[in-house]
Design a protein around this ligand. Structure first.
Ligand SMILES: C[S@@+](CC[C@H](N)C(=O)[O-])C[C@H]1O[C@@H](n2cnc3c(N)ncnc32)[C@H](O)[C@@H]1O
Length: 281
């Protein structure tokens, strides 16, 4: 378990309060289009790791021919997803798994592999310690078929939780936190829950993939405006897309990467396409 907060319990409360659905009632349209494109290109066996209550899985099941294994550490999230997508559970297109990566790997059949894994909206950042995040990526790489792909979005340290980063500096100096780690609070059902988050810079984000045997295909912005606005307002979504054309990636609210299992995991990844004039590469 995460030593600084109980992520499963916190997200149980967050989902049960319905605050999550109010803030994020649908997927980010741009990120969703990227995931749907990968599925339409034939990557139909999908792992949605940290699926929540199905913000991506539910519309993907309706709009594509994906077969989805949806895994989340929050029991409340998995229960909500199972009710919401009951017909797909019945037909076998959706397999919900409650637990972490070790639970997931124990439910997998021998030789079962995914074409695509998605970790949408900061899932990786909730995993405590760089070593565990790297292990998570390495284990997921092992669950993908050769040539399989992964799509990950993470929060940008330059834009998110600036006050909390100042507070966390002391914990970093004391050796309890790593640079980029923070604690933040969310109010759910009048209860304040404390969340751990790791915030990224673009260089660190790209390095995570390269070091874990992935070849980066695409790195861009998840959004420039806050996710809660982009997913609730069509106007803000289009404004956000306009910003994506002109604004440097370092100002993004979050980053999105698409990467592919490298033919040889030890091979040095080739330079990714970076849709950003402000970044080296
Ligand atoms: C910000 S939510 C994103 C949910 C969903 N992907 C979405 O876009 O709405 C982060 C999710 O990651 C899950 N999570 C965090 N750590 C996890 C872990 N170690 N294993 C599985 N799920 C985890 C949380 O329970 C939560 O549902």
């Amino acid at each position: 378990m995460n030593p600084v907060c109980d992520v499963a319990d916190n997200y149980d409360q967050y989902f049960a309060s319905q605050l999550y659905d109010q803030r994020y009632p649908r997927p980010n349209p741009s990120s969703f289009a990227i995931v749907a494109r990968e599925i339409q290109e034939g990557r139909v066996r999908v792992l949605d790791f940290g699926c929540g209550n199905g913000r991506y899985a539910a519309p993907l099941l309706e709009q594509t021919n994906a077969m989805i294994v949806a895994c989340d550490i929050s029991r409340e999230a998995i229960d909500e997803l199972s009710v919401r997508c009951a017909k797909h559970v019945d037909t076998g297109r959706l397999r919900p798994v409650c637990g972490d990566l070790s639970v997931l790997t124990n439910t997998m059949g021998r030789g079962e592999r995914f074409d695509l894994a998605i970790l949408m909206f900061g899932v990786l950042g909730h995993i405590f310690s760089r070593a565990l995040r790297q292990k998570t990526l390495a284990v997921i790489r092992g669950l993908l078929r050769p040539g399989g792909r992964i799509i990950v979005t993470v929060p940008n340290a330059a834009r998110r939780f600036l006050k909390q980063q100042v507070v966390a500096r002391r914990w970093v100096q004391e050796g309890n936190f790593e640079p980029g780690d923070i604690l933040y609070e969310r109010k759910a059902d009048h209860v304040v829950v404390k969340m751990y988050y790791h915030l990224y810079n673009p260089e660190e984000f790209m390095l995570e993939f390269e070091q874990q045997g992935f070849r980066l295909i695409q790195v861009g912005a998840e959004s420039f405006l806050p996710e809660s606005g982009v997913v609730r307002s069509t106007t803000l979504h289009w404004l956000d897309r306009a910003l994506a054309i002109i604004a440097p990636l370092r100002y993004a609210h979050g980053f999105l990467a698409v990467a592919e299992v490298a033919p040889d995991a030890d091979q040095v990844a080739r330079a990714p396409q970076i849709a950003d004039p402000g970044l080296p590469g």
